[in-house]
Structures are given as structure tokens and as C-alpha cells.
Ligand binder design. Structure first.
Ligand code: ZN
Ligand code: ZN
Ligand code: FE
Length: 764
């Protein structure tokens, strides 16, 4: 007796070749019926013997295609209809609910083989793709994911592509961005004034320009890249100057893993990350010094990625060597991605433009990961990962929009057991960046179908993201302390409930007492936290400017510790100090003028970096700390003595940073090398964390620790801290899904808001 079942599949099943998979599975089991896409996944009606139907439902999950992410399968009996066979039916565009969309996927090996095969009709075609690879999120206008709902809608398929598209046995069956030279997007070249250049061979023209040391803007998957020859020192300098880029490392694109190996050490995990379908920029330890200094001055790592679109493959193959590929934008502005940006944002920067006529609908920056302790830790979670949801073990009570922080902004929409994070919106420091952030929220909400009933934001009253949250009238607002959000993000992605000891070593975030926190030990769960201990405070002479002039912080610390005697220390730092300028600043500090106090671990690293003469002035936030890590190497050294102090009953314990700085100064006076001192300082921070956590375990009975905050992007510190804590019997959690930096706090804000709303509902 045949039976019929209606099977609803929820999760990411669109744009990954799921329907053809279902079609073939049904065929193999001799089942009849149909499959179609709905907003939140796919629906199947299928009939056959009960035994085969059971097998079908099981294999649906077990054998699903690699890109699929199946959350829930529900099968219900229904009356038999007696179909002729199994078919793929048109999408149902009317059903409601949340759509889940895959991220953009790097060109697969089968497509690459075609790209290189002279006999193939897509030989050398810059826009080939299939159900397993190609653009997704960046070209999607709305869900469900069908060609008409993408920026490929304007390219009618030629008969040959159409035949592949409708053939269930073809690799391109229902590949929405399917294209070929006869019907798909085309490359063209524009000159520096954005006027079209007649060229038979756009790639050839671009390759010669690059070889001549010129700057080329390349329209990639999620926006424009600025490219130049990475081995040409003056081209690299030119690029930095024209885009007014600070000293931050520039990403390299190399033809293949072997080419990357020439410049960097690559272990098995790093190799895996490099070739993954997400194709992030992977931060790799340098091997050779002959990459032009301007690519990543003073940093321990080079950011390297492999080509991820057919266009990149063609370009790199013809060019032969590594290219700098950095996002195309001016300093402090969002990445350019619209066709009109060629005339606007990028005018005067690039000498030549390599463009095409497939519009980018949603900008998406390159992702950045660093493999630490054998697992990739995202520093920037964007292309390839967005908009894949983070699964929450602790559900949020109502739909929440979390607005994120100020630097490296990412926002988050969460509902139930799902948190969907936006891509990287950059620092919200310009009107353009804030506008892009607001547009992105509106568009993202529509795409993922979460309509927020509450909004979470940082405690800082002046953040643009906070102001945006305040502007949303009618929604309940939840303010979340910055470091509580960091720790909650770590708990949420690890599926851990509280309470834990949260160690937030960070740049700076607004504290509940109005000072700038950043070296915090919190006893935290999702709903609440207490500040159990923190690094001792020190001044930031001149406020914000101290972030870019770490020598000010160093001098402030010396003043705090040694007072007048600072002048007689006779170490290289005091010998080089601009005493006149310092005299003015020190008066400001003692009068408490524009010299806020901070407990930031990041700023403490900056100060030590300046004391050692490694980086007295910085061109971007945390540059001094990054250079210090580079200098320190990876071998643990003897920690400087340090102490925990009581600051009064019911008040947090304080780590005396003065002791640590004294240790550094004593070593300098003994003539110890700066490399050794940098190493001892790293070991000291790890040891401070160990001894403070030991104390807190004794007082609070907690033995689980969450590590978060931008300072844990430091591989040396993370490894040493985790090792020390583990030998003490702690269970330690850190980040692998969202960044430890402020790119991760939106997830934490959403988790905290969810818990607080639930608490209120329970009270009511
Ligand atoms: Zn492919
Ligand atoms: Zn075609
Ligand atoms: Fe932070």
C-alpha cells in the first residue's frame, strides 16, 4: 500500500543543490512526488512504501549536500495522490517565515577544471559557477533564492545554459547564477576617469598595467578590491598613499598554496582554512623577509588568501605572482561596491578598473581568520560566513536586534535558537559609514525575516550604534556593558550557560562607573555580571590621542609610579622623551583634564610597546600591541612579580599594574634586550590571569573561564593563558565562530537582551 507524506525541511537548503539531491534520492528509492522551495527551506510531498519513505527521511539528513545546514525535518501523513514520477516544482514565494541563505562559495574544483579546459564552452570565462560554488548572498535581492530574485535576473539564459539548468543530471541543475560567454556577464576595462577602454583582452590590459606598477580596482564578489603588484615596493607605497591607508597589513592574493608557502609557514589547519569554500584571508607567520616592507610593516603575520572567483583565478594565473588585494575604499569609508562608485568613491585612486555587468546587491568584505591553538579564530566574519546563523543553545525570548559596537561594527538579528550576524560594517566614524550601517540593517532584516521586538546596544552613550538604537521608537531597549557583551558572546557561541569567570582583555569599553574598562574579570552569566577584579587604572593623557600615541600612556604610567624620579630613570624611553610636550601633558593629567582613566589591557600593551621603543606612535588602534607580539616570539619567559589588591569591602580586586611596569623598567636598566622584556611581559599577563582566576575560583567556586576581547587576537597570549589555566584544572572557552574583538559583541548583546527579557517576562 503506498503512503504519502508531506515533509518540511528547515535550514539552509537553497542554493546548495538540495532539490536535485532530493530528486535523485527519490529516484533511487522509487518514490513519486515533488519538491519545492519555500521561504524557510524546502517542502517535499512524496509517496511510496512506508519502508522507503522512512529511508528517504533518514537519508535526507544523513546524505545532504556539503553546503546544506539542516535544522529540522518534519514528516506528516497525507492522502495519496498518485503522481507519475518525481518532479521539481516552482518555488512558493508566498509562504511566510524566515529564509536561510548560504554564503558566497569559492569556485569549486570541477568549475576550475572547465575554466582551464580549452575544449570547454566556458574555457576562460570569468563568471562560471555551479550548484556547489559561486555568488549567493551578495547577489540575492530576496528569498526564496531563485534566479529572478538575484542580480542575474537581467541575463536571460541561452539555450545551452537553459538545457543544463533544467537537467536534473547536470551539475548546474537549478544553479541560479548559471552563465556562459554567450549569455552571462562580461568583463570590461575602464580608465582612471571611468571611461570605457576598447579592449579585446580586458585581462591582458589589466595584467600589463599591474606589471607596470599601476593600481587597478577589481570588481570582485562583495565589492571592489584595490590591487597592485605585491613585489613592487613603490606600487605598494602608492596604494597606501592614495587610499590614505594607515600602517595596517594589506592582504595578499596568491595563485595557490605553494605560492603562499614561499612567503609563509602553513600548517595543516591553516592549509584547510586557506582552501575552504569560504576562502578567508588567513593570517600566516612570515617565512621570508622579501615581501615589500610596506605590505605588513612590523606585524607578525601576513594576510594571505587564494583566488575565490573565476575572475581571480584568471587574473592570478596570468599575472603569475602575489597581488596586494585590499578592499577598495578611502580611509574610514565603507567599501565601494556599486557601479557608480567607480566614478565616486574610487575616482583618483585607481589607474584602471576591471569591471563587469553583474551588479553586487549586498556588499561583503573579505573574512579574516587566524589559526590559534589548532582552530581558526575569526578576526573578521564576513564573506563566505554571512549570513549563516550561529546556533544558540540558550534561546532568546523574543526577536532582538543587537546594534554592536563602534569599531569593527557588526550587528545581529536573533530569534529563538538563531543569531544571524551581519558582515563587517567597519568603524562607524564617518557619516558614510553610519549611513551604510543603517541601510544594511534595513536590508538585512528583510532578507532574514526577523522583525525585532527589542533592541540591544552598547552602554556607551556616544556610539553611533547606540544613537541608532535610541532612534528606534517603540522598541524596548536594553543597554549592555561592553565587556559583559564580549563574555556573553563567548558563552553563546560555545553553548555554555553561566555563571563563569569572564576574562575580557580588550581595547576600551564604557564601564558602569563611566570609566574606560578593558582589563576585566567578570563573574557573568547571560543576564547579569559583577566586576570581580580588574587591572589597575592609569591615565590616557590627551584622551583619544593616546590611542595613536602610546608614548603618552607609557609616560603617564611612569609618572604614576615614579613621580618626579621619572626624570632620573635613565632608560632609552626617558632619554628620548619629548620633555617639553610631556610637561604640558603631565599638568593636564594631574588636573584631570582630558585624561580619562582606563583599566584597558590593550592600552597597557601599547604602553609597554612604547616603553621598549617598539612603537611610540601608532597609525591604527592596537598597532603597538601587535608589534609587541611580533617581537615577543612564542617561548614563555619568567613573569614579572605582580599583586592583587583589595580596593575595599564589596569592591573589585585590583591587579597592581605598577609592579609590572617596574619589572619592565628594572630590566631596561639592567640592559636586558627588548625581545626578552616583550616576552616576559606576555608571560606576565598570562600569569596575572592565572593568579586572579585562582583567587576568584576560591571565592566564588567557579572553574569555567570565558576568554574574550581584542587582546586575545594575540596568539602568544591566548596559547600561554589557555595552557596555564588548563594545568590549573580550569575549563577554558574562547572564540571560534565570532571575533574576540568588537566584531563579536553584537552576538553577546543579543544573548544578554534575550536573558533580560526572559527575566522580565518571568517576573510579570
Ligand atoms: Zn562549481
Ligand atoms: Zn549561456
Ligand atoms: Fe571591545
Amino acid at each position: 500500500m503506498p503512503e504519502r507524506r508531506s515533509v518540511s525541511i528547515q535550514g539552509i537548503v537553497q542554493g546548495v543543490g538540495f532539490r536535485p539531491f532530493v530528486y535523485h534520492l527519490a529516484g533511487r528509492l522509487g518514490l513519486r512526488g515533488r519538491v519545492w522551495n519555500v521561504r524557510r527551506g524546502a517542502m517535499v510531498e512524496v509517496e511510496g512504501t512506508s519502508e522507503n519513505l522512512n529511508r528517504f527521511c533518514r537519508q535526507l539528513v544523513e546524505d545532504a549536500p556539503a553546503g546544506a545546514f539542516i535544522e529540522r525535518v518534519q514528516a506528516d501523513p497525507m492522502p495519496v495522490k498518485g503522481d507519475d514520477g518525481f518532479s521539481i516544482a516552482p518555488s512558493d514565494r508566498l509562504t511566510s517565515g524566515r529564509g536561510l541563505i548560504p554564503g558566497d562559495l569559492a569556485t569549486c574544483s570541477e568549475c576550475l577544471a572547465e575554466l582551464d579546459a580549452p575544449s570547454d564552452r566556458r574555457y576562460g570565462y570569468a563568471f562560471l559557477n555551479c550548484t556547489r560554488c559561486g555568488p549567493r548572498f551578495t547577489i540575492m535581492l530576496e528569498t526564496p533564492y531563485d534566479r529572478v530574485a538575484t542580480t542575474m535576473a537581467g541575463f536571460p539564459m541561452c539555450p545551452a545554459c537553459r538545457a543544463e539548468y533544467v537537467n536534473p543530471d547536470d551539475r548546474r541543475f537549478h544553479a541560479q547564477p548559471i552563465a556562459c560567454p554567450a549569455c552571462g556577464p562580461r568583463l570590461s576595462v575602464l580608465d582612471g576617469t571611468a571611461a570605457p577602454c576598447a579592449s579585446e583582452d580586458p585581462l591582458g590590459a589589466v595584467v600589463s598595467a599591474l606589471q607596470a606598477g599601476r593600481l587597478v580596482a577589481v570588481k570582485s564578489l562583495g565589492g571592489y578590491h584595490l590591487a597592485c603588484d605585491a613585489s613592487n615596493e613603490s606600487a605598494v607605497e602608492d596604494l597606501r598613499r592614495r587610499k590614505r591607508r594607515n600602517g595596517k597589513g594589506l592582504a595578499l592574493m596568491v595563485p595557490d598554496v605553494d605560492a603562499a608557502r614561499e612567503y609563509c609557514h602553513i600548517d595543516a589547519r591553516e592549509h584547510e582554512a586557506l582552501v575552504s569554500a569560504q576562502r578567508p584571508v588567513v593570517l600566516l607567520t612570515r617565512r621570508r623577509a622579501d615581501v615589500p616592507a610596506g605590505v605588513a610593516p612590523g606585524a607578525p603575520c601576513l594576510g594571505v588568501m587564494l583566488p575565490y572567483t573565476p575572475l581571480h583565478h584568471l587574473l592570478l594565473k596570468r599575472f603569475g605572482g602575489p597581488l596586494v588585494m585590499t578592499s577598495g575604499n578611502r580611509s574610514r569609508r565603507p567599501m565601494a561596491y556599486r557601479d557608480e562608485d567607480v566614478r565616486g568613491e574610487l575616482a583618483g585612486i585607481a589607474d584602471l578598473f576591471l569591471v563587469h555587468d553583474r551588479p553586487i546587491h549586498r556588499p561583503c568584505d573579505d573574512s579574516v581568520v587566524r589559526v590559534m591553538l589548532g582552530r581558526p579564530v575569526p578576526f573578521r566574519r564576513a564573506r563566505g560566513y554571512v549570513p549563516l546563523p550561529i546556533k544558540l543553545k540558550h534561546r532568546v525570548a523574543c526577536p532582538v536586534l543587537a546594534c554592536g559596537g563602534h569599531l569593527k561594527n557588526v550587528f545581529c538579528l536573533a530569534e529563538g535558537d538563531h543569531a544571524v550576524l551581519s558582515g563587517h560594517n567597519g568603524d562607524l566614524e564617518s557619516a558614510e559609514a553610519v549611513r551604510a550601517f543603517e541601510t544594511s540593517i534595513a536590508r538585512f532584516q528583510e532578507l532574514v525575516g526577523i522583525r525585532p521586538a527589542a533592541v540591544a546596544h552598547d552602554l556607551h552613550p556616544e556610539y553611533a550604534s547606540t544613537r541608532y538604537a535610541r532612534s528606534l521608537s517603540g522598541l524596548p531597549r536594553i543597554a549592555v556593558q561592553h565587556h559583559h557583551a564580549h563574555i556573553a558572546a563567548c558563552l553563546a557561541e560555545n553553548g555554555v550557560g553561566g555563571p563563569v569567570i569572564g576574562v575580557a582583555f580588550d581595547g576600551m569599553g564604557y564601564g558602569t562607573d563611566g570609566t574606560l574598562w578593558g582589563g576585566e574579570f567578570l563573574i557573568a552569566d547571560y543576564g547579569t555580571f559583577t566586576r570581580a577584579a580588574h587591572l589597575g587604572v592609569f591615565p590616557l593623557p590627551g584622551g583619544e590621542r593616546a590611542v595613536h600615541e602610546p608614548w603618552r600612556i607609557a609616560a603617564g604610567l611612569l609618572e604614576q609610579i615614579y613621580g618626579e624620579r621619572m626624570e632620573t630613570l635613565d632608560v632609552p624611553f626617558t632619554r628620548r622623551l619629548a620633555w617639553k610636550q610631556w610637561e604640558v601633558l603631565r599638568r593636564a593629567v594631574s588636573a584631570r583634564l582630558n585624561s580619562p582613566l582606563t583599566s584597558s589591557a590593550g592600552r597597557l600593551c601599547d604602553a609597554v610597546s612604547a616603553l621598549l621603543g617598539v612603537c611610540p606612535t601608532a597609525t591604527y588602534e592596537a598597532e603597538a600591541a601587535i608589534r609587541l607580539e611580533s617581537l615577543a616570539g612564542s617561548d614563555p619567559a619568567a613573569a614579572y612579580p605582580h599583586h592583587l589588591e583589595h580596593s575595599g569591602a564589596g569592591r573589585p580586586l585590583v591587579v597592581r599594574v605598577e609592579d609590572v611596569i617596574r619589572g619592565v623598567i628594572d630590566d631596561l636598566r639592567l640592559g636586558r634586550g627588548v625581545q626578552m622584556i616583550a616576552s616576559r611581559f606576555h608571560s606576565t599577563l598570562a600569569d596575572v590571569i592565572r593568579s586572579t582566576c585562582r583567587r576568584l575560583r576560591a571565592e566564588h567556586g567557579l572553574s569555567r573561564i570565558a576568554l574574550s576581547g581584542g587582546v586575545f587576537q594575540n596568539a602568544r597570549l591566548l596559547a600561554e593563558t589557555v595552557a596555564l589555566l588548563s594545568t590549573e584544572g580550569f575549563r577554558v572557552y574562547w572564540h571560534n565562530q565570532v571575533p574576540p574583538n568588537d566584531g563579536g559583541i553584537a552576538l553577546g548583546q543579543a544573548a544578554v537582551a534575550g536573558a533580560r527579557i526572559e527575566g522580565r517576562q518571568a517576573e510579570a
